[in-house]
Design a protein around this ligand. Sequence first.
Ligand code: AP5
Ligand code: MG
Length: 216
Amino acid sequence: MRIVLLGAPGSGKGTQARQLVEHFGVVQISTGDLLRQAVADNTELGQKAKKAMDNGELVSDDIVLSMIKDRLQQPDTDNGVILDGFPRNLAQAKALEELMADIKCPLDAAVLLDVPLDSLMQRLTGRLTCQDCGAVFNKYTNPPRKDGICDECGGKLIQRGDDNETTVRQRLETFTEQTEPLIDFYKKQNKLISIDGTQDIDTISAEFKDVLKRFG
Ligand code: AP5
Ligand code: MG
């Protein structure tokens, strides 16, 4: 299974990817997570990416593409991958096509989590992420049982630096300008599957499992 998860910031890509990984035994590759790790480790790549991420803009294609090429060559991807947050513009989508053609494993589908942009501010400013296991909560709609503590592993919950109102506004604008055109790109290739991302998390997850089982 080789799937792209398309969706605006806060549409639920990470939340759904975690469940799909468990269900289908594939790996999630989130360029956002890889970039945040590089920033936390203060690598040269992280230092280059930080400013764009803090501003809610896209990190340059050369950085992201070299990162994704390395990641796709690792053997744990043999069973399948869920690409979460990549590609994010037409240049990345075309580069991905070439990469997949080289390894003779074309993409099966691009799944769009469709959510109106005006409902995403609360999801993002309320998001809490476990710093140990990556589980995602929301202080308004999906709070942890104990304040600040992960239900799954007991780790500390943190708020992402780019989940503030100003940066979220810019991230949503970047999505509209650069990522939304990919919806048409994949529609023209007959690879687009659209899921209503306003439903509750478990309903969406059941729908995902159902539409993706033919690729499993
Ligand atoms: P990235 O980490 O990819 O962020 P994003 O696309 O902005 O998406 P998010 O991770 O914020 O949202 P999500 O869809 O995963 O939602 P989640 O499941 O967490 O990228 C960050 C930055 O890195 C970018 O701005 C850019 O600078 C850079 N970058 C990354 N990839 C790049 C690339 N390819 N090229 C260039 N630059 C790149 O859910 C959000 C909240 O909503 C949670 O609290 C959750 O509990 C809640 N929630 C989820 N589903 C539901 C539901 N159905 N109902 C109610 N609440 C829900
Ligand atoms: Mg995410």
